[in-house]
Design a protein around this ligand. Structure first.
Ligand code: NDP
Length: 449
């Protein structure tokens, strides 16, 4: 018997373990969702009858392929790439591509599984999928990145399309990579099919506010959680892990709303600047020069750099993990709570371990899971698809306002659903249940496909 699972769900989870050996992150993501679905099956027995949970745990399609490419010195490299098309009940598969050496099938499946419920929560017509490769872009020249992306797309193009599967960015995949991938797709298919990729540049079909959307959205969600408790971000001391796309724009919005972010990180170390981080300097280091975050301390004497340090030891009132999965464990969570943290929102996907989540929930602080808190990125991707479909381009202000409304709706949905299912204030229950209901209802309606 697995702790925390309803008796109807336990055999389903055992089956997932048996059918997907060694995919520990996928197991973790499934367990975290199933743990909260017991009351849903009691209220809606038809989902058990239709075997919705078993079907939702099995991807509709999984593609694995070889990506051969040459580096600048003429050496040949072979990487492995994945696209997991998980669930298309609500719309075309939608989810980012990750380039990181840790990528294997279990990571892509965990991300794709999360994406199903997250996309359901947005209320927009997008199914769930995810992709990526174990390619490591660090230290590679633009030409090498381009050759890799072109080789990858030479296989991927046959599986994607604006009505089929619409990739976007994730760790290691930003606008540069999306440009090379989209360019090769356009060349092979001879179609300027803007809606096949999101996260594009503004001059070639992208949406304003897409780059900012995940970070801004996570902060809007945090602000909503605080508001329910009669509080706000104004004057709060915050820490944000990572210094990539999500982290940078989370910092930007926290500063705009009157909070002060004093620490961020990359995979080598942590920067602490008690005066509040200088975001222009971080953007210059990370977005323009593509250097390590340690460079910040070389430019700012008051800042300290902690190589291999943990950002969660830095005292704060609000914490946003925005780097990667399982970056915040039970011990980190206990440290944060004991030092006065009152709210945590996950900008990254599954950054908090199950032990960490337990600590946050038992302490009663506000905890916003990634499925809800970081849904602003994919929601704005769906807005990019809308603009592409109508050959239109919206203003920054309008797009950001749509994003803000979507995040407020997601927050309200999670909050009300948690209450309805007997777990007031529990956004994990709220997000899993509300996302699941939307997908499950569509799956029943579409029949056994
Ligand atoms: P980026 O590649 O832009 O940035 C990732 C950041 O996290 C970098 O600072 C990176 O440091 C750091 N990081 C990565 N791996 C580790 C690690 N193992 N330990 C410590 N730090 C690490 O990615 P994004 O900002 O796009 O993505 C961050 C998270 O947000 C991911 O979990 C992603 O799935 C999630 N997300 C992203 C969305 C988006 O729109 N981009 C949407 C929703 C969720 P370094 O440079 O040293 O590797």
């Amino acid at each position: 018997m697995v702790a925390g699972l309803d008796e109807k769900l336990e055999p389903i989870y055992q089956d997932v373990l048996r059918r997907n050996p060694g995919e520990t992150e996928f197991h973790q993501a499934v367990h975290e969702v199933l743990e909260t679905l017991g009351p849903v099956l009691v209220k809606y027995p038809e989902f058990a009858e239709h075997k919705i949970i078993q079907r939702i745990c099995e991807p509709e399609r999984q593609i694995i392929f070889r990506v051969p490419w040459q580096d600048d010195r003429g050496n040949t490299h072979i990487n492995r790439a994945f696209r997991v098309e998980f669930n298309s009940a609500l719309g075309p598969y939608k989810g980012g591509m990750r380039f990181h050496p840790s990528v294997y099938l279990g990571i892509i499946k965990f991300l794709g599984f999360e994406q199903i419920f997250k996309n359901g929560l947005t209320g927009l017509p997008i199914g769930g999928g995810k992709g990526g490769s174990d390619f490591d872009p660090k230290g590679r020249s633009d030409a090498e990145i381009m050759r890799f992306c072109q080789s990858m797309m030479t296989e991927l193009y046959r599986h994607i399309g604006e009505y089929t599967d619409v990739p976007a960015g994730d760790i290691g995949v930003g606008q540069r990579e999306i440009g090379y991938l989209f360019g090769q797709y356009k060349r092979i298919t001879n179609r300027y099919e803007s809606g096949v990729f999101t996260g594009k540049g503004l001059d070639w079909g992208g949406s304003r506010a897409r780059r900012e959307a995940t970070g801004y959205g996570a902060v809007f969600f945090t602000q909503e959680m605080l508001q329910v408790r009669g509080d706000s971000l104004e004057g709060k001391t915050c820490v944000v892990s990572g210094s990539g796309n999500v982290a940078i724009y989370a910092i930007e919005k926290i500063h705009a709303l009157g909070g002060r972010v004093i620490a961020c990180s990359d995979s080598n170390g942590v920067i602490v600047d008690k005066n509040g981080l200088d975001l222009d300097l971080i953007k210059q280091i990370k977005e323009v020069e593509r250097r390590r975050i340690s460079a910040y301390a070389e430019e700012r004497r008051d800042a300290s750099y902690l190589p291999d340090g943990s950002i969660w030891t830095v005292p704060c009132e609000v914490a946003l993990p925005c780097a990667t999965q399982n970056e915040l464990n039970g011990k980190d969570a206990a440290t944060l709570v004991s030092q006065g943290c009152i709210a945590v929102a996950e900008g990254a996907n599954m950054p908090t371990t199950p032990e960490g989540i337990k600590v946050f929930q038992e302490s009663g602080i506000a905890f916003g899971p990634g499925k809800a808190a970081n849904a602003g990125g994919v929601a704005t991707s769906a807005l990019e698809m809308q603009q592409n479909a109508s050959r239109d381009s919206w203003s920054f202000e309008y797009t950001e306002e749509r994003l803000r409304e979507i995040m407020m709706n997601i927050h309200r949905d999670c909050h009300e659903t948690a209450e309805e299912f007997g777990a007031p204030g529990n956004y994990v229950v709220g997000a899993n249940t509300a996302g699941f209901l939307r997908v499950a209802n569509a799956m029943v309606a579409l029949g056994l496909v």
